[in-house]
Design a protein around this ligand. Sequence first.
Ligand code: FPP
Length: 250
Amino acid sequence: MSLKNKITSDRLPKHVAIIMDGNGRWAVQRGEDRIYGHKKGVDSVREIIEAAAELKIEYMTLYAFSTENWNRPWEEVEALMELMVNSLNNETKKLVDNNITLKVIGDIDRLSDNVRRSLDDTLEKTGKCTGMTLVVALSYSSRWEMIKAVRDISYKIKEGKIDPANIDDKIFENFLTTKGIPDPELLIRTSGEVRISNFLLWQIAYCELYFTETLWPDFGKEELYKALVEYQKRERRFGKTSEQVHENEN
Ligand code: FPP
């Protein structure tokens, strides 16, 4: 029986974020090169987006390329960028057909013109979709994002447009690249690594974390359902006591 039947549809996380890890190891285990693993990783991306959209999850953020990934061997960076362009070109129509909006977070100024063009095209074509929002983190790191926010806020202070005394969570969030996107309620990381790796550090303050040994190319629909079932077993307290959380139930 599929685990899908165990998911309670009215208690789904609004936003699921995923650190897709393990493509390289998956390929090396099969005597293939790392790029082959990334190609298989794209198949998992497709399957997971489909499953999330079917469940009517509102936001899904995928960590596709970190600021630190720029330090990988140049051939791997090039291959990943090519994969990204091809995936965007091949999948744009499917995204539109499924009413999925694409958003990108990250330092996109570092991307090549070629990648930027494909991105802009998909952003434009999916711009009016009203179903799930797919957020792709590209050339993204949380520290980059927060430093940028501090810098941008400082300029506003200098211009006299923000009073430092008024800075609170809301104002700060308006300067993050995730402005307008609700915080993730579930963060999944594949491949057995138990780290956050500079991903959405501000936004995951109250997020449920789910780690699995499964390598990203092996992460399919059932794996997503398993994470959601586990999420629904957890009690989310946001700093309150268990009694406070349940006090209005009877
Ligand atoms: C981590 O595996 C994966 C990545 C750095 C890239 C993820 C990218 C994709 C799946 C392809 C494109 C994505 C989209 C949204 C179209 P790793 O190389 O760190 O694996 P390892 O830890 O086993 O070496």
